[in-house]
Design a protein around this ligand. Structure first.
Ligand code: 0O2
Length: 240
């Protein structure tokens, strides 16, 4: 961090990555990797829609990390400004965010992904069980996926961040604050945000308990009943 502040983004080495070709290759590879993982998540989501009483995946977004952000991270990690160092050490160039309804859903999705044998689990960080001091909560899973090109196979890492709707709301606001240099009462806001993070964690827990109570009190339909109900909805849609 100190080095970034000292040097400033404008003083960073020019021409990194070196060529337009490298940038295009990088964009292509990480886009392919994100597309593969998004498809896996969408497949799971579609299966939930069809066979289960509810879908734990609320929505999925993805982004390619900005060049300035990659450079800053490389300086922070004291890496040489080389393409190879970036490729091998920066594991969140391709990032996917999965927003779930409940904390338990996150752990279920993690377990489902771990069972997919074409995914290599590179690293995982459970900031839900071990929140950051500022209150940040999310589950980070770094996976590597093979990308089959015309003449070779490349293994590309992607970071999957999983969090609840409430955690996502908090993280977006906190992220905005990081980029605002001159906010009056910054300390007070940071403290307030940390307090909000604790309350959100508590509410997430309570919401799950309420959900469980409802589920237990319901007459849980059999798989067959759920399927018949879905089929009847398809019939209505066709006849309309
Ligand atoms: P951006 O803009 O999202 O790209 P590592 O990658 O494991 O070597 P790092 O970066 O410490 O080292 O990993 P970590 O802790 O898993 O954080 C990676 C990303 O998680 C961050 O990327 C953020 O997106 C998110 N994140 C982590 N901590 C916080 C936090 O306190 N608040 C918020 N709002 N997001 C957080 P970048 O590169 O910081 O940013």
């Amino acid at each position: 961090m100190e080095e970034i502040e000292k040097n400033g983004v404008n003083d960073l080495p020019e021409g990194f990555p070196k060529s337009l070709g490298q940038i295009k290759e990088m964009t292509m590879l990480y886009s392919c990797a994100m597309r593969e993982i998004c498809t896996k998540l969408e497949n799971l989501s579609q299966e939930f829609e069809l066979n289960k009483s509810r879908n734990p995946i609320q929505h999925i977004t993805h982004r390619l990390k900005k060049r300035d952000s990659i450079r800053n991270k490389m300086i922070q990690k004291k890496l040489p400004m080389e393409y190879e160092a970036m490729r091998d050490e920066i594991t969140d160039i391709g990032g996917i965010r999965v927003i779930c309804s409940y904390i338990n859903d996150i752990y279920d999705i993690v377990n489902m992904l771990k069972k997919q044998d074409d995914l290599l689990i590179v690293r995982e960080k459970d900031y839900i069980a071990n929140p950051k001091p500022n209150g940040y909560r999310s589950y980070h899973l770094i996976v590597a996926i093979p990308i089959f090109l015309s003449s070779e196979k490349q293994i590309i890492p992607v970071e999957i961040q999983m969090r609840t709707i409430a955690m996502d709301f908090w993280a977006s606001l906190e992220h905005q604050l990081k980029y605002k240099q001159e906010v009056p009462n910054q300390r007070e806001i940071v403290e307030k945000l940390t307090e909000c993070a604790h309350q959100i964690a508590d509410i997430d827990q309570q919401m799950w308990q309420v959900r469980r109570q409802i589920e237990l009190s319901e007459d849980i339909p059999t798989e067959e009943e759920i399927l018949m109900e879905k089929l009847s909805r398809i019939d209505i849609a066709i006849s309309e």
